[in-house]
Design a protein around this ligand. Structure first.
Ligand SMILES: O=C(CO)[C@@H](O)[C@H](O)[C@H](O)[C@H](O)COP(=O)(O)O
Ligand SMILES: [Zn+2]
Length: 203
């Protein structure tokens, strides 16, 4: 059992180390943050969707935007498409589960918004349909995936593909890059000096 703990942790670190070394991946995260900050400055918002652990990620990330992450600042506009049980059950029951995010994008999305779809396989149909809907509406699309990016790869404007085929390791790297995305949006939106007290002349 002890060996399993060690092996799993090392496997997780190995994936994260590959991500930490991949500067082209970092550039994509920076571009996603720039795009998101620009959208928010122009009155747009971030929509986030995903299944299972990635649904939890969607909510977690959106909470950082609406509450705060690294600085005290005004709230930023972001919505998780995973949280309203009435909407999710109505669409799932009356249409089908595949449409749970697509229809919310149709209802809540506006041209110039950003949709972030999170899927370790890159193949979850509800995420695929959400990306297709977003494209039709002129919404920018970002995919956080793993494996080879799956079907979502060809649909997203920006692809953050974790170099692993192990779902939990992909999710762990996603979470790190979700925090970093929010941190960078705060920087792009408010600038590096926001919230810093001006120094007193006597200091
Ligand atoms: O959290 C986990 C596994 O770590 C699971 O709940 C996992 O998110 C679910 O199996 C998802 O349905 C997987 O979907 P996806 O990442 O391929 O889109
Ligand atoms: Zn999990």
């Amino acid at each position: 059992m002890i060996e399993i703990v060690k092996k799993q942790l090392l496997q997780s670190v190995e994936t994260m180390t590959k991500v930490a070394a991949d500067e082209s991946l970092h550039a994509i995260v920076v571009e996603a943050a720039r795009l998101t900050a620009e959208s928010m400055k122009n009155g747009g918002k971030l929509l986030v969707c995903g299944n299972g652990g990635s649904a939890a990620d969607a909510q977690h990330l959106v909470a950082e935007f609406v509450a705060r992450l690294t600085i005290d600042r005004p709230a930023l506009r972001a919505i998780a498409l995973t949280t309203d049980s009435s909407i999710l059950t109505a669409i799932g029951n009356d249409h089908s589960f595949e449409h749970i995010f697509e229809r919310q994008v149709e209802a809540l999305g506006r041209e110039g918004d950003v949709l972030l779809a999170i899927s370790t396989s890159g193949n979850s149909k509800n995420c695929v349909l959400a990306l297709e809907q977003a494209k039709k509406m002129g919404i920018h699309t970002v995919a956080y995936t793993g494996n080879d990016g799956g079907k979502m790869k060809s649909l997203a404007d920006l692809n953050v593909i974790i170099p692993s085929n192990v779902t939990m390791n992909i999710q762990e790297s996603h979470l790190a890059l979700e925090h970093i995305l929010c941190m960078l949006v705060e920087l792009f939106y408010f600038g590096p000096d926001f919230g810093k007290q001006p120094k007193k002349l006597s200091e």
